[in-house]
Design a protein around this ligand. Structure first.
Ligand SMILES: [Zn+2]
Length: 156
């Protein structure tokens, strides 16, 4: 077991042209975003292409409570995305990659629940970019679908 640490979160970034997304986990979202955007040293190779910058947050998941649960969620979210279709019922064709991440999130949360229990799943707090949230039925619909503590608008 790792020590409790409320700062851990997972995030999905969206590239400038909306074509690419990146999923990661961090204790410091702002610092990490600056790294991905090349403003600070230490970004990931997948986010280093200048043409994709600036990256912006599109989905964040909070309240894992410790590092190991956040990292296992990150891994699951990435794996589940590969098995998630590119098609989405929202028809927001400009953001297919982020739609795919959002649709994969449902399955990722189910896996998280089976691994860590309902108690931990019920603590999760999801933030979604306003346009993404609107295209997928709004916070009430998404909260119902994901079955987490709450789904709110992401503030940048
Ligand atoms: Zn969609």
């Amino acid at each position: 077991m790792t020590a409790p640490d409320p700062r851990w979160s997972c995030y999905c970034l969206q590239s400038r042209d909306n074509k690419c997304t990146y999923v990661g986990a961090t204790v410091d979202e702002l610092h990490r975003l600056k790294q991905h955007n090349g403003e600070l040293q230490g970004g990931a190779r997948a986010t280093a292409f200048q043409s994709r910058r600036p990256w912006r947050k599109s989905i964040t998941v909070h309240q894992f409570g410790n590092k190991s649960r956040a990292l296992s969620f990150e891994r699951t979210w990435k794996n589940v995305t590969r098995r998630t279709p590119w098609t989405c019922t929202c028809n927001a064709s400009s953001s297919r990659s982020v739609c795919r991440r959002l649709n994969a999130l449902t399955r990722a949360i189910e896996c998280y629940e089976s691994r860590h229990g309902t108690k931990h799943k019920n603590q999760l707090l999801v933030h979604c970019a306003p346009d993404l949230l609107k295209a997928h039925g709004g916070s009430t619909v998404l909260k119902e679908k994901l079955s987490v503590l709450d789904v709110c608008e992401l503030r940048s």
